[in-house]
Design a protein around this ligand. Structure first.
Ligand SMILES: Nc1ncnc2c1ncn2[C@@H]1O[C@H](COP(=O)(O)OP(=O)(O)OP(=O)(O)O)[C@@H](O)[C@H]1O
Ligand SMILES: [Mg+2]
Length: 314
């Protein structure tokens, strides 16, 4: 019989949180001073931390989201996160408003305007020992943020000592990825989770194979690269694995990488080896891209299991 885990949370997901305002269907980009009318508008919770937290919760994990939002948005966040079963006890309310991203879609391009808002206090808040002690109440801590070297040095050893494993997705953060000081952080987390563009910025070469070689040379015990519709590559214990996602009708790949992270962490919590774990991750990424936005098509466990059987076992 499986031993029940004593920690109250399977995963604490910590990072920047946004309110996304998504405008779609503009005829053209406006000239200065001109007004153009959108055909569609949606407001949704956003940020890699929210997306990965919701993905893990959908898979049946006990998830606590940790970050800062504006107090005026509390009811909206509580209502939407409760639909996924994500716990909000790790959210701090700020007078400064929730971070905002305005996404503007033309026919074949997207542009983002971002105001960091409450997220600006995140690094300082994570330096508080009580906040780190709270994170340590989870079996695994996922960072969806460019974790500074200072913070990594203060937080990661505490989490390790408390028996937590860790993962890190810094997103498209060129400054962080080009800084050699952060290589030690990539080594210190259990799972570092870049996509191809981010891996290239880190190692200075475009191919994923070059990144895997770079990771081995720099002492990362595991390496993962997300490769969009081509799937993902992983190296662990000298074994290289490549997994291709199921073919889906992709309508919007926003958040596919965050859903991938959820699938991978879900497998990690089950002690599944990294190679086969990529199957769960790729299915979550692929399914996420079948509906507009990052949250609408996140799979439940039975859906993930069924598609895994059909895709990789038949
Ligand atoms: N068009 C697609 N068809 C099928 N699967 C996809 C597609 N796009 C992404 N995926 C799946 O999602 C995973 C993660 O996607 P991707 O490599 O785009 O991550 P990312 O660039 O970090 O995304 P994000 O925009 O969320 O940061 C891929 O490894 C793949 O399994
Ligand atoms: Mg990503």
């Amino acid at each position: 019989m499986a031993v029940p885990h004593m920690k109250p949370w399977d995963v604490a997901v910590v990072g920047e949180i946004f309110a996304d305002h998504i405008f779609t269907g503009f005829p053209h980009w406006p000239q200065p001073g001109e007004e153009v009318i959108a055909q569609g508008y949606v407001r949704e919770l956003g940020g890699g931390s929210v997306n990965t937290a919701c993905g893990l919760s959908r898979l049946g994990r006990r998830v606590r989201l940790v970050g800062l939002i504006g107090d005026a948005d509390f009811d909206w966040f509580e209502q939407r996160l409760s639909e996924f079963g994500v716990e909000m006890g790790g959210i701090r309310l700020e007078h400064d408003g929730t971070g905002i991203t305005v996404s503007v879609s033309m026919r074949d391009d997207r542009t983002f305007f971002t105001y960091p808002g409450a997220n600006q206090g995140l690094a300082e808040w994570l330096a508080v020992p009580a906040v780190v002690a709270d994170l340590a109440a989870a079996r695994h801590v996922h960072f969806a943020m460019p974790l500074s070297r200072d913070l990594a040095q203060s937080v990661l050893p505490v989490l390790r000592a408390a028996g937590c494993t860790t993962s890190l997705d810094v997103g498209h953060s060129p400054g962080w990825l080009r800084d050699p000081g952060n290589i030690a952080t990539c080594r210190e987390v259990d799972l570092f989770l870049p996509n191809t563009a981010e891996a290239a910025l880190l190692c200075g070469e475009a191919s994923t194979e070059a990144f895997i070689a770079w990771a081995t040379d720099h002492g990362l015990s595991r390496a993962v690269v997300k490769r969009g519709a081509q799937g993902a590559l992983a190296m662990s214990g000298g074994v290289l694995s490549h997994v291709v996602p199921p073919t889906v009708d992709a309508v919007d790949t926003t958040g596919a990488g965050d859903a991938f992270n959820a699938g991978l962490i879900d497998a990690w919590l089950d002690d599944e080896p990294l190679g086969p774990a990529l199957e769960r991750a790729c299915i979550c990424g692929a399914l996420c891209s079948t509906a507009p936005g990052a949250l609408a098509a996140l799979p439940h466990s039975p859906q993930l299991r069924t598609l895994r059987e059909r895709t990789y076992r038949s």
